[in-house]
Design a protein around this ligand. Structure first.
Ligand code: F6P
Length: 343
């Protein structure tokens, strides 16, 4: 019988995490579950940093960015005795089940712990990258793209005034969803995403043409893009084996290339972590709340190894395996849509 559950948020933070925590804590009350907040993702279970989470602590967090629990990119499988320490904390704090809120890394660990150690856990899908399979959207994405869209519009204003080409670099790591949606929603003249082959000559020709007609142009680039013929050096890896892309400055490199190839004054900006902060949008608040509630329902139903997922208008449970087995990258249909606007 479930009496006590633990909640953690892992990986990069994003708007929507607090609504998800709130949803889970409120729903837990309906089942008379006691809720414990695990600090800083899997790190809290390794260090035993776990505290009772009351309704009053989550009452006013629906509009707050970040996560009140804190987060980390700690991977228990990469730390000596990491998994053993996780199991010890679960035992020590008498946690009958866990809600892991995260993206492919956090939920990948959750899936492994469920399969290998039979830990009773469920997941909820967050990531500003929107690259988690099995769910139509992850919470965090809508808020982040909204911020990037606004940043692009600001760049376009100044680019228009100064007769420049403006480049915006956005996050998204291996998936181009953030760049794609930013480009579509702000009306950029070109978009570069990691999934698609890059033809710099064609792009610069096009930008020149757009500039000739409009006296300005804009382009959004995803941080994970590899520019042909440009050496970005050796990247550092995190505990999940992902490149730490912050140091590459692909937006800067692209702006230099455009300037060189077109002869047009070009400026760039990197929105970076600004994109991950701030109040969640309406969409992310509702999705976060619904996923938090559904995650606890999954526990009550004994559906361990499952994750709350958005499918159409419904939030349902799907196997974690389905969510983490393959990264959801931009498909051809979406790319075709983006290209409609490269005119
Ligand atoms: O995973 C989300 C994400 O925001 C990526 O888009 C980005 O590459 C990465 O996190 C940045 O991570 P950090 O906050 O560790 O610099």
């Amino acid at each position: 019988m479930i009496k006590r559950i633990g909640i953690l948020t892992g990986g990069g933070d994003c708007p929507g995490l607090n609504p998800a925590i709130r949803g889970a804590v409120y729903r837990a009350l309906d089942y008379n579950y006691e809720v414990y907040g695990i600090e800083e993702g899997w790190g809290g279970l390794i260090k035993g940093d776990i505290n009772l989470l009351s309704l009053s602590e989550v009452r006013e967090i629906v509009d707050r960015g970040g996560t009140i629990l804190g987060t980390s990119r700690l991977n228990p499988y990469k730390i000596e005795q990491g998994v053993e320490k996780v199991l010890e904390s679960i035992e020590k704090f008498k946690l009958d089940a866990l809600v892991a809120i995260g993206g492919e890394d956090t939920l990948g660990v959750a899936n492994k712990l469920y399969k290998e150690k039979k830990i009773k856990l469920v997941g909820a899908p967050k990531t500003m990258d929107n690259d988690l399979s099995g769910t139509d959207y992850t919470f965090g994405f809508n808020s982040s793209v909204t911020k990037a869209m606004e940043a692009m519009q600001s760049l376009q204003d100044t680019g228009r005034s100064h007769r420049r080409i403006m480049v915006l670099e956005v996050m998204g790591r291996h998936a181009g969803w953030v760049a794609l949606f930013t480009g579509l929603a702000s009306g950029t003249d070109w978009t570069l995403i990691p999934e698609e082959k890059i033809d710099l000559e064609k792009m610069c020709q096009h930008l020149k043409e757009v500039y000739r007609k409009n006296k300005h142009a804009s382009i959004v680039i995803s941080e994970g893009v590899i520019l042909p013929g440009v050496d970005t050096g050796k990247e550092e890896l995190d505990q999940f084996g992902h490149m730490i892309l912050r140091k590459r400055g692909v937006g800067n490199l692209l702006a230099d290339l455009i300037k060189e190839k077109t002869g047009i004054e070009t400026r760039h900006a990197v929105i970076g972590h600004i994109q991950r902060g701030g109040s969640p949008t309406l969409f992310d608040r509702i999705l976060g709340l619904r996923c938090g509630v559904t995650a606890v329902d999954l526990i009550a139903q004994g559906k361990f190894g499952y994750m709350a997922a958005l499918k159409g208008n419904k939030v349902i449970g799907i196997p974690l395996e389905e969510a983490v087995s393959k990264l959801k990258t931009v498909d051809k249909k979406w790319w075709e849509l983006a290209q409609v606007f490269f005119k």
